[in-house]
Design a protein around this ligand. Structure first.
Ligand code: ZN
Length: 133
């Protein structure tokens, strides 16, 4: 595991939250991206060396919509950079963590990603991410 690459925050509306985070961070949203596979619209901000990723559901049955229904808007996941995602997935599996996807999947921002089940990590959803080459 390397540095915190980004922090994911679930929001109901990017139209409302983008201007709010621009004011908060005093830094413009530099990218928005649709992740079809996850049914989310994302928006990215840079704060220091760490990115903030806002996540809005594209459909009412999507994972982000269900998360907001259960817990409300707010912190959704913490993503760590990894040098080799398959090696790190193997290592964590051997340590007893449950992976939510058995093979790396395509995330936003040109990343390969894997999520760990939050029941093993005190309720915090952890994402591993690696820049796609
Ligand atoms: Zn993420």
């Amino acid at each position: 595991m390397q540095k915190v690459e980004h922090i994911g925050i679930a929001v109901k509306s990017l139209a409302i939250s983008i201007p709010l985070f621009e004011k908060l961070l005093n830094s413009p949203c530099y990218k928005t991206e649709q992740v079809e596979g996850e049914k989310v619209n994302t928006a990215f901000f840079m704060s220091g060396g760490t990115k903030i990723e806002l996540l809005e559901s594209m459909d009412p049955g999507g994972v982000i919509a269900r998360f907001i229904e259960k817990k409300g808007e707010g912190l959704h996941h913490i993503a760590f950079d990894v040098a080799d995602i398959e090696t790190e997935m193997d290592r964590l599996k051997k340590q007893g963590f449950v992976l939510l996807n058995e093979t790396p999947k395509t995330g936003a921002d040109n990343k390969q990603v894997c999520f760990l089940h939050p029941k093993d990590t005190h309720g915090v959803l952890i994402e591993l991410c690696m820049e796609r080459k």
